[in-house]
Write a new protein. Sequence first.
Length: 140
Amino acid sequence: MNRKEFFRTSALVLAAAAVGSSFLESCAKTSTTPQGPSVNFTVDLSQAAFKALNSMGGYAYSNGVVITRISTATDGFIALSQTCTHQGCTIAYQATSMIFVCPCHGGTYDANGNVTGGPPTSPVKKYAVTRSGNILTIKG
Ligand code: FES
C-alpha cells in the first residue's frame, strides 16, 4: 500500500466510523416507552373550567394533562401528558385537526400519545380516565 492508498483507506474508515456512530446514537434516542409524570386527580364536569368536556371534541387542561372528549359515549375521554418528550415544552390540543402539538419545535402526537411528527422520539404518557357521574378520575 502506497502513501496515497493509505490516506484514502484511512479516510474511508473514519467516514464509516462517523456514520456508524451517528446511526447508533440516533437509534439509542428512540424509545417506545411513554414518558410523563404519574398523576391521580379528579375533575368535575359541572365546573366551568371543564364544561367543554361535556361536548364531543371538547378539551381542558389540568395538572399537566390535556383531557379530550373523543366520543359521545359517557366514557369517551382520553388524557395525555402535556410534557413534550423532546425537550419538555407544553403540548396543546389542536381541536381543528384533532392532534396534540408542541409549539417549540412542531412535535405532534396522536390520541394514543404516539409521535406523528417532529423531533420527539418517545410517546407521551396516556392516562386512564374513569367516570362516575360528573367526576372524571385521571390516573396513571
Ligand atoms: S420540545 Fe416539543 S418538539 Fe421540541
